[in-house]
Structure formats: structure tokens, C-alpha cells
Design a protein around this ligand. Structure first.
Ligand code: COA
Length: 255
């Protein structure tokens, strides 16, 4: 079976993390979170890696958490999940991170980018954070980071009303650095990551920490979200919404 996440160390000190589960729109499983978490921790521990790039497959960055894993409040709930372990690592990773978003980026597929230092999108990018619609709450510190980025009113549209964003809207809101043709997206993201990796490491790390602001607030937000997420995951309202997605009727033609 093909790896659902591939890790490739490129020239110039760039580690590429590629999501590779196209049959499920790159929905993230526990094994995928674990692979990404280890790749980030490994980047921090390596003198050779100076930047990380997240990429997906053509037309799909990620459909977010695998919703089947949320059913029945999987053992230990969200607090004990590989998803939360990944989110904690994501928030404290010291290596600069770059996202290349082509196509759908739902849930953690979108909120992951809030932790990235640079974000590039293709014209087909579609970001959506439908946590509340699913009976859940925002994660990955998005309830803290998104209002900081776009203001509380816009964040309310995105996080409570699950309003989708296309690439130009994301650019206008400052959620992406640039919109690039799909066939140039990854190459450009890697080139920008290589520029970061080539900078003096000490100055980069200190400057990055200054730009990113209060790390303790980010970590406090993601832990508070995790507690609320756990409670919601046990609620009938979320279990009903998740079951509805997973039991969607197939069109007759696909039978
Ligand atoms: N978890 C589990 N499976 C998922 C998934 C997810 N988050 N997203 C997509 N899939 C699966 C579908 O069930 C389908 O599987 P099947 O072929 O075995 O039935 C396959 O991936 C293809 O998805 P499909 O919905 O047919 O593709 P689409 O192009 O019509 O729509 C999305 C793509 C992403 C818009 C849609 O799949 C979707 O809304 N997914 C859920 C996203 C979500 O809510 N994520 C969690 C946020 S907290």
C-alpha cells in the first residue's frame, strides 16, 4: 500500500511533507498525523533541515480529519488523539513551515496553514472550517489565531457560519501570501522555503519568534479548544452530523 504521507528531504535543507490519500481527498488518519508530527519534530532536531513544506495532491490539500475517526468518540476522545498530538507539535515547531494549498482545504486542512510562516495557494484553493456545522468547535488554536489575522467579525463568518473562502478571498484577507498557477505552486513554495532555510539560523529563529507573538496564548487556546472539542464529540448533535456525512447516499449511477 502506498504511504499516505511521504517525507522527502530536498536539496537546500527543505523537508517536503506530502499528503497522499487521494481516494479519501487526503482526509487525515491517526497514522498520517503521527507521520507529520514525527516529520516536524525530526526537522527541529536536524541541523540539515531549515524549512518544511506541506503539500497535497492535485486539487486537494486535505479534507480535514477523517470523520470516521470522530465517530463513537474514538478511544480516549480528542484529548488522546494523534490529531491533538500533531496540533501540539505544529504549534511549537521551530522550523519555518510553508503550505502549498491546491484545491480543497477543510478543517485542519485549513487551520494548519495558520501556523505556517508562508502560505501559497492555487486558483482552485477552497478553504472551509465547518467545525460548528458538524457539532464541533474550532481546533489548532484557530479560535485565537483567526480573529487575530482577520478580525473577530470575519472570523465569526468563517468559524461559526463555515463560510468558504476561495483563493482570491484568502489572499485579500491575508491568509495566503500569493495565488500561483497549480503547476507552479509546489515549486514556488519549495523555492521560498529554501530561501528561509538559507538564512542565518539564529537570526531567523529569534525573528520568527518575535513575529509569531505570544506562544503561550497559542498553546492555551489549543488546549481550551481540545477540552471543548472532547465534550462536543460526545454530544448527540455532533454524532448525528458525523453519521449523516458518513452515510451519504451514493448517486444511483455510482452503484
Ligand atoms: N473523512 C472521511 N472521509 C472523507 C472525508 C473526511 N473528512 N472527506 C472526504 N472523504 C471521503 C468521502 O467519504 C468519499 O469516500 P467514498 O468514495 O468511499 O464514499 C471520498 O472521500 C471522496 O469524497 P467526496 O465527498 O465524494 O468528494 P467531493 O469532491 O464530492 O467532496 C469534500 C470533497 C471535501 C468537499 C467533501 O468530501 C467533504 O465535505 N468532506 C468532509 C470535510 C469535513 O467536514 N472535514 C472535517 C472538518 S472538521
Amino acid at each position: 500500500m502506498a504511504e499516505t504521507v511521504t517525507i522527502t528531504d530536498l536539496e537546500g535543507g527543505v523537508r517536503l511533507i506530502t499528503l497522499n490519500r487521494p481516494q479519501k481527498k487526503n482526509a487525515l488518519t491517526g497514522a498520517m498525523y503521527d507521520a507529520m508530527r514525527e516529520a516536524l519534530a525530526g526537522a527541529d532536531a536536524s541541523e540539515n533541515i531549515g524549512a518544511v513544506v506541506f503539500g497535497g495532491q492535485p486539487g486537494m490539500f486535505s479534507a480535514g480529519n477523517d470523520l470516521a475517526d470522530f465517530m463513537g468518540g474514538a478511544a480516549g476522545g480528542f484529548s488522546a488523539s494523534p490529531a491533538l498530538a500533531f496540533i501540539r507539535q505544529l504549534a511549537r515547531t521551530r522550523t519555518p513551515m510553508v503550505a502549498a494549498i491546491d484545491g480543497i482545504a477543510v478543517g485542519i486542512g485549513a487551520t494548519l496553514s495558520l501556523h505556517c510562516d508562508l502560505v501559497y495557494a492555487s486558483p482552485a484553493a477552497r478553504l472551509r472550517m465547518p467545525f460548528v456545522e458538524l457539532g464541533l468547535v474550532p481546533e489548532a488554536a484557530s479560535s485565537y489565531l483567526l480573529p487575530l489575522r482577520v478580525g473577530r467579525l470575519k472570523a465569526t463568518e468563517l468559524l461559526l457560519l463555515s463560510q468558504p473562502l476561495n483563493a482570491d478571498e484568502a489572499l485579500a484577507l491575508g491568509l495566503v501570501n500569493g495565488v500561483l498557477p497549480a503547476d507552479m505552486l509546489l515549486e514556488q513554495a519549495i523555492a521560498q522555503a529554501a530561501k528561509l532555510a538559507a538564512l542565518p539560523r539564529g537570526a531567523l529563529a529569534a525573528s520568527r519568534a518575535l513575529i509569531r507573538g505570544d506562544q503561550a496564548q497559542v498553546e492555551a487556546a489549543l488546549e481550551a479548544e481540545a477540552r471543548a472539542f472532547d465534550a462536543q464529540l460526545r454530544s448527540p448533535e455532533s454524532q448525528e452530523r458525523l453519521a449523516a456525512f458518513l452515510s451519504r447516499a451514493k448517486p444511483a449511477s455510482s452503484a
